[in-house]
Design a protein around this ligand. Structure first.
Ligand code: NI
Length: 167
């Protein structure tokens, strides 16, 4: 397994719309393992393939405290939403940035597992927030798109400054 490079905002590749996964082979399973390892190492509760510059509809998530409840969603689709939840969200592509975002409190997701087998899962709480956030990534959408343009501009400046200091 290996740790993958994460793209940081405002990298334009984060705006790519991912394509459906059609082939469920060993390369896909290696990608899933690497994405899980990358998410746990960060540490984060979710990671979309878009964030590691792979533009396929695939995400991993683990909202448990002990990092022992890994979920893999391939070609995920939200088929039902219920309730409202406001959560202070972060994102591995935005180190140190947190903003409140309003989303559905409970969602039903249809997806496929690493072998292509379809499943339906109803999720709530942090995992529901996470799944909605990660599916947005697959559509090139970011959590800062929910806040004001002014705030987004400030975050963009802050991120560019951080990146200059690192490189
Ligand atoms: Ni994110």
């Amino acid at each position: 397994m290996s740790i993958l490079n994460i793209l940081y905002f405002p990298d334009p590749r984060l705006r790519t719309k991912a394509k459906p996964v059609e082939i469920f082979d060993d390369a896909l399973r290696t990608l899933i393992d690497d994405m899980l390892e990358t998410m746990y190492a960060a540490p984060g509760v979710g990671l979309a393939a878009t964030q590691v510059d792979v533009h396929k509809r695939l995400l991993v998530a683990d909202a448990s405290e002990d990092q022992d409840a890994a979920h893999v969603f391939i070609n995920p689709r939200i088929v039902a939403r219920d309730g409202v939840c406001v959560h202070d969200e972060g994102c591995l592509s935005f180190p140190g940035i947190y903003e409140e975002v309003e989303r559905a409190g409970q969602v039903t997701v249809e997806a496929q597992d690493g072998k292509g087998k379809p499943f339906t899962l109803e999720v709530s709480g942090l995992l529901a927030v996470c799944v909605q956030h990660e599916i947005d990534h697959l559509d090139g959408k970011l959590f800062v798109d929910y806040i004001s343009e002014l705030k987004r501009g400030r975050i963009r400046k802050k991120m560019l400054k951080q990146q200059r200091q690192v490189s």
